[in-house]
Design a binder for this molecule. Structure first.
Ligand code: AMP
Ligand code: ZN
Length: 486
C-alpha cells in the first residue's frame, strides 16, 4: 500500500556506518541539512580515486536538494601536513606558495566534473585560532596532554573510541608499550593534536603561536575545529572515503565529543575505493595514480568520467578504472543525450499512449525510490535505460503524444538532477549546429561541395554526425571512436 508521505524527504534512507544499518534520514533542524565532507590534501593533483569520493559528496548533496532540503555543505582543504612540508621544502617555497596551484587545480577539476560548489571550502591554515581553542579545551578537560612541546589526545580518556570502525580497543593497546619511549606518548595510539615547530618550519610559513608552544596543527583537529566553526557542534551528515574511517574519523569524534560534550555527527557515510586497472586501491603515495588531466589528455570526456564514477557502481561498492569502462560510460551518456534531443525534436502524435504513460510514471517513481534507498543511482539509471529502449520504439512508431513527451522529458530532468551530463552541453551548441547545417545547404545549392564537406567534417570532429532524411538534414551525436572513423 502506498501511503502519502508527509514530506518526500522522510522516505530517504541512508546507510549509517555508526549503526551499520540503513536509517530514515531526518536532519536536526527542519528542512536544513548540515553536512561536512573531508576534502583534498592539496600536495598534488587529486587522483580519480579522490574524485570518486568528491563526486559521491556531490551526489549526496544533490539528492538532499532534490528531496527539498536546504544544504549547508563544508569541505575542507588540507593545506598543511607532513607531505606538504616535505614537498615545499624540496621546492624551496613556502607551504602557501607550494599548495596554490594544486588548490586551483582541484577547483578546476571539480568544475570540469560539474560538481556543485559547497557553501564553504575552509583551508586549514586560515583556521589555526579555532584549532588552538579546541586543543586548549581538550587540555583543560584532561583529554589531551603536552609532551615536549607536542600535544597528544589521550585515547584512554575517551571510552567510546572505536565505536565507528568497531575497533578492538584491546588490540589497540597491545602494541602500546613497544613504541611509547620513542614517541614520548603515554600510549602509542594517542595521536597528535599539535606538533612542536621544527627549525625549518618558520621559513616554510608553517609555525603558529599557541599557549602550549609554537608549532602547527595535526591533521585530525582541523576537521573537528572547522566543522564546529561553520556547522556547530552537531552535524547531520559527515562523509568521507572508507580509508578515513580509522583513524581519522574516530579521532574527529574523540576530539569533538570530548571538547563539546555533544554528539559530533549523527550519520556517517563512507564511499568505497576506486581501484586501478590492476585492482589495487588508487593512492598517491603508492605512485601509480591517474588524474583527471591524464584522462582528458587521453581523449576522455570529463562528463563520461563523472558518469562512470557515480553511476557505474553503488557508492558502497568497489569500482575499477579502465579505458573500456570509460568508453562504455561515454556511450551511455551519448545515448541519453541522443534520446533527450530526439524527444525535444519530436512533434507529438495527436493522442497519448496510455500504456507508455503508465510505464513512464512507474519508471519515474522507481527512479526516485532507488535514490531514496541509500542513493542507488546505478539502479535508477538502469530503470531509465530500459525505458529509453521502449520509448525509442514508441517514437519510431509515432505513438508519443503530448503528455507522453512531457513526462519523458520530466524523467530525463529527474535523472539529470543527479547525473548532470545530459543537458550539460556547450551552451548554444544546438543553435550553432543548425546554423552550420543551413550554411552547408547553401554551399550545396551553390555547388560548392568542398565547403559543404568541410562543414560536415568539422561537425563530425566535434561529435556531431549529419544525416540526410526525407524531412531534411538531421543531426545526432556520435562517440569519439565513431567520429574518428569518418
Ligand atoms: P586525501 O586528498 O588523500 O586527503 O583524500 C581525499 C578523499 O579521497 C578522502 O575522502 C579519501 O577517502 C578519498 N580517497 C583516497 N583514495 C581513494 C580511492 N582510491 N578511491 C576512492 N576514494 C579515495
Ligand atoms: Zn576529516
Amino acid at each position: 500500500m502506498n501511503r502519502l508521505r508527509e514530506t518526500s524527504s522522510v522516505a530517504l534512507r541512508l546507510h549509517n556506518t555508526l549503526t551499520g544499518a540503513k536509517e530514515e534520514f531526518e536532519p536536526l533542524e527542519h528542512g536544513h541539512v548540515r553536512m561536512y565532507t573531508c576534502g583534498p590534501t592539496v600536495w598534488n593533483y587529486a587522483h580519480v580515486g579522490n574524485l570518486r569520493a568528491f563526486l559521491f559528496y556531490d551526489l549526496v548533496r544533490r539528492h538532499l536538494r532534490v528531496s527539498g532540503y536546504r544544504v549547508t555543505h563544508v569541505m575542507n582543504l588540507t593545506d598543511i601536513d607532513d607531505r606538504i612540508l616535505d614537498q615545499a621544502m624540496h621546492a624551496g617555497k613556502t607551504i602557501a606558495d607550494y599548495v596554490k596551484p594544486y588548490a586551483e587545480a582541484f577547483f578546476e577539476d571539480m568544475a570540469a566534473l560539474r560538481a556543485e560548489r559547497a557553501e564553504h571550502y575552509p583551508p586549514a591554515t586560515e583556521h589555526i585560532p579555532e584549532m588552538v581553542d579546541m586543543i586548549s579545551t581538550l587540555i583543560e578537560h584532561e583529554n589531551a596532554y603536552v609532551a615536549d612541546g607536542d600535544v597528544y589526545f589521550r585515547i584512554d580518556s575517551f571510552p567510546k573510541y572505536g565505536q565507528l570502525s568497531h575497533l578492538d580497543r584491546a588490540g589497540l593497546k597491545a602494541g602500546a608499550r613497544v613504541a611509547t619511549d620513542k614517541y614520548e606518548k603515554e600510549s602509542v595510539s594517542d595521536f597528535a593534536l599539535w606538533k612542536k615547530a621544527q627549525p625549518g618550519d618558520e621559513k616554510l610559513g608553517a609555525a603558529w603561536d599557541a599557549p602550549f608552544g609554537r608549532g602547527r596543527p595535526g591533521w585530525h583537529i582541523e576537521c573537528s575545529a572547522m566543522s564546529k566553526r561553520y556547522l556547530g557542534d552537531t552535524l547531520d551528515i559527515h562523509a568521507g572515503g572508507v580509508d578515513l574511517m580509522f583513524p581519522h574519523h574516530e579521532n574527529e569524534i574523540a576530539q569533538s565529543e570530548a571538547a563539546n560534550h555533544k554528539t559530533f555527527a549523527r550519520v556517517w557515510l563512507h564511499s568505497e575505493h576506486l581501484a586501478d586497472a590492476t585492482g589495487e586501491k588508487m593512492s598517491k603515495s603508492a605512485g601509480g595514480f591517474t588524474t583527471l588531466r591524464d584522462l582528458t589528455a587521453a581523449g576522455h570526456d570529463p562528463l563520461a568520467v563523472r558518469f562512470f564514477l557515480i553511476a557505474n557502481a553503488h557508492y558502497r561498492s568497489r569500482l575499477r578504472l579502465s579505458a573500456e569502462a570509460l568508453h562504455a560510460a561515454a556511450e551511455q551518456v551519448r545515448r541519453l543525450r541522443e534520446f533527450a534531443d530526439r524527444l525535444a525534436r519530436t512533434t507529438p502524435a495527436s493522442a497519448d499512449d496510455g500504456d507508455l504513460a503508465e510505464r513512464t510514471a512507474e519508471v519515474r517513481a522507481g527512479y526516485r525510490e532507488a535514490l531514496d534507498d541509500d542513493l542507488n543511482l546505478p539502479q535508477g539509471v538502469g530503470l531509465v535505460f530500459d525505458h529509453v529502449r521502449e520509448a525509442n520504439a514508441a517514437l519510431d512508431a509515432g505513438r508519443v503524444g503530448p503528455l507522453n513527451k512531457a513526462s519523458m522529458q520530466a524523467m530525463i530532468d529527474d535523472l539529470d538532477a543527479h547525473l548532470d551530463v545530459i543537458r550539460a552541453e556547450e551552451p548554444g551548441l544546438a543553435d550553432e549546429v543548425e546554423r552550420l547545417i543551413a550554411e552547408r545547404e547553401a554551399a550545396r545549392r551553390e555547388r560548392d561541395f568542398g565547403r559543404a564537406d568541410r562543414i560536415r567534417d568539422d561537425l563530425r570532429g566535434r561529435g556531431i554526425a549529419l544525416e540526410d532524411s526525407k524531412d531534411g538534414v538531421r543531426w545526432r551525436r556520435i562517440s569519439p571512436t565513431e567520429a574518428g572513423r569518418s
